[in-house]
Design a protein around this ligand. Structure first.
Ligand SMILES: Cc1cc2nc3c(=O)[nH]c(=O)nc-3n(C[C@H](O)[C@H](O)[C@H](O)COP(=O)(O)OP(=O)(O)OC[C@H]3O[C@@H](n4cnc5c(N)ncnc54)[C@H](O)[C@@H]3O)c2cc1C
Length: 137
């Protein structure tokens, strides 16, 4: 996102928060699990729902911006962000809805494994499958 792009144009199109360099939340919002990667995106769209995601993608495509999607931010290679790009941050979209009768779960893109497991446990015991690996290297 270059200096000629005004990110406030996106702010007006979002229900969620648009975070840009200089905002108090900026450094926390851009942090990734793997601190080796320290990208400084031009803007972070903390989306409040699907319509926000659509607006952010539309905005980025209209301006030919590099777009990164951030779910939990745990990708080891730091692919959930982009230097100078637009981050579509799904961390506020954490809702997990389980329909045990239909055996269907609808999971927000920012839901972590804890949210998924808790919801699955409430709706349908034993239905949550996940792997695990030690973080104590
Ligand atoms: C310490 C550690 C322990 C781990 N343990 C396990 C484990 O036990 N079991 C396991 O399965 N995995 C494990 N992983 C791997 C982890 O699940 C993957 O790195 C996963 O990609 C992280 O997802 P995220 O949403 O947090 O990552 P992010 O960095 O947010 O996203 C990962 C990639 O997917 C893209 N992306 C995210 N959401 C979307 C979306 N909605 N649409 C399109 N693209 C999207 C991002 O742009 C990025 O490229 C571990 C990783 C770490 C660092």
């Amino acid at each position: 996102m270059g200096a000629d792009v005004d990110p406030t144009g996106l702010s007006e199109r979002l229900r969620g928060q648009l975070i840009v360099p200089g905002d108090p939340d900026y450094d926390g919002a851009r942090r990734l699990w793997n601190g080796v990667f320290d990208p400084r995106p031009a803007a972070i769209a903390r989306c409040a729902g699907r319509s926000d995601v659509a607006e952010a993608i539309r905005f980025g495509c209209e301006r030919d911006l590099t777009i990164a999607i951030r779910g939990g931010g745990h990708n080891v290679a730091g692919t959930g962000s982009a230097d100078g790009g637009l981050v579509i941050d799904l961390s506020s979209m954490r809702t997990v809805e389980v329909d045990p009768d239909r055996r269907v779960a609808v999971v927000g893109g920012g839901a972590t494994i804890v949210a998924r497991s808790n919801s699955a446990a409430q709706g349908s015991p034993g239905s949550s499958r996940s792997g695990s690996c030690s973080t104590r290297w």
